[in-house]
Design a protein around this ligand. Structure first.
Ligand code: DGL
Length: 270
């Protein structure tokens, strides 16, 4: 198979990366995608850098066995902790979600005050702050973890009074900080865009890194002459390390589309 015909490997700790998968499918319809959700070891958000890095290496090893031409780390926590280690270890091009999100936020803010929300791991790593400071040193960054948003999104409680209560508790301090852009630095948060937007008001732009990440993947494929030139692909492959039925049920909501089938695959010792 020619390099252009090979698939792009996408991985996440579970179902959240399907929001990135959705953006990749829309932006790069001719590409074959193979998604791995590490549902046996989710969540990554409360775990250590070492553990998330080890899991991420094993996930990329699994995807390379499917002869992929590039990897998308469709998980903020895995990108925050493991992207440099993955790039050191593997030769194939690897794109994460943090730099694209930071770039979109730096372009969107006019008052140069940007908020970031994510898991404990992502916020604790300081990866968004670092990326934003490198891109736009004049931007002030305020970040806070919002771990309960993950459970609310998975429960489908995206328009529920509990979601409003939690959003008010987590996000009220951003009103005092006066940010005019907020990075949704976790794969699950785009599902709560409605409630987050209502809580902060229309003066705060919500930045979802998925689309910007898909653009970056497209540019990378073009640069390396790796873009597939065939007809649009209608079925992609989905692999998980546990509970395929649950992935299928909840995942279609995250993907915003049909998942034809789910296979079970093991990464590392999962
Ligand atoms: N996918 C993770 C992220 O974007 C959220 C879920 C988890 O904690 O594993 O950070």
């Amino acid at each position: 198979m020619s390099d252009r015909e090979r698939s792009i490997g996408v991985f996440d700790s579970g179902i959240g990366g399907l929001t990135v998968m959705h953006a990749l499918m829309a932006a790069l319809p001719a590409e074959r995608l193979i998604y791995f959700g590490d549902t046996a070891r989710v969540p990554y958000g409360p775990k250590s850098r070492d553990t998330v890095t080890r899991f991420s290496i094993e996930n990329v090893e699994l995807l390379t066995r499917h002869d992929v031409k590039a990897i998308v780390v469709a998980c903020n926590t895995a990108t925050a902790f493991a992207l440099p280690a993955l790039r050191d270890r593997f030769e194939l091009p690897i794109v994460g979600v943090i730099e694209p999100g930071a770039r979109a936020a730096a372009a969107a803010t006019t008052n140069r005050r940007v908020g970031v929300i994510g898991t404990h791991g992502t916020i604790g790593s300081g990866a968004y702050r670092e990326a934003l400071t490198a891109l736009a040193p004049d931007v002030t960054v305020v970040s806070r973890p919002c771990p309960l948003f993950v459970a609310l999104a998975e429960e489908g409680w995206t328009d529920h009074p509990a979601a409003r209560l939690v959003a008010e508790e987590y996000l009220a301090p951003f009103r005092i900080d006066g940010v005019d852009a907020l990075i949704l630095g976790c794969t699950h948060y785009p599902l709560l865009k409605g409630v987050i937007g209502e809580t902060l008001g229309s003066s705060v732009r919500l930045i979802d890194s998925a689309e910007e990440t898909a653009r970056e993947v497209g540019a990378l494929l073009a640069r390396r002459d790796l873009a597939r030139r065939g007809d649009p692909v209608s079925e992609h492959r989905f692999l998980v390390s546990d509970l395929p039925e649950q992935f299928l049920r909840v995942g279609q909501r995250f993907l915003g589309g049909r998942i034809g089938g789910v296979e079970v695959a093991r990464a590392g010792a999962a």
